[in-house]
Write a protein that binds this ligand. Structure first.
Ligand code: ZN
Length: 146
């Protein structure tokens, strides 16, 4: 099995069995993200404990890439501080815009590295992160990738 196969398996797995899926109605932060280009819609609930992301869940409907990306994002940032989540966002954004994936920092998120070759799908993969940023910033208006 080569790396591309491994990465594909991670994406298929997270699309079929998304982690942290559902709602957290009592969470302190909520955000909605839309990617009109593909029709992806994401609802995100984030439970902050001071500066730490204690818990988060996502719901909505989207393509395989957006669902897998939201699932991978939720696993990656759960338990992290806001500053750590912002650093991960920078690393993911770099990877999606063509920088070599920093696997040591990205961990499983590196599975999305191939998306950079498909510009139309980059927004599918980045939607979860833009929505997380909105939730952490306390933005109430839905974010859109357009
Ligand atoms: Zn999509």
């Amino acid at each position: 099995m080569d790396l591309a196969d491994l990465y594909r398996d991670v994406i298929v797995d997270h699309n079929r069995s998304p982690r942290n899926r559902g709602r957290l109605p009592a969470a302190c932060r909520h955000a909605e993200g839309n990617n009109p280009l593909c029709g992806d819609r994401l609802l995100l609930d984030v439970d902050l404990d001071g500066d730490q992301i204690r818990n988060l869940r996502f719901d909505g409907s989207g393509c395989a890439i957006s669902t897998a990306s939201a699932s991978l994002m939720s696993e990656a940032v759960k338990g992290r501080t806001r500053a750590e989540a912002a650093e991960l966002f920078d690393a993911v954004h770099g990877m999606l815009t063509g920088a070599p994936a920093d696997v040591a920092r990205l961990g499983k998120l590196a599975a999305l590295t191939g998306v950079a070759q498909f510009p139309a799908r980059v927004k599918c993969a980045s939607l979860a992160w833009h929505t997380l940023n909105a939730a952490l910033a306390g933005d109430v208006a839905p974010v859109t990738t357009e």
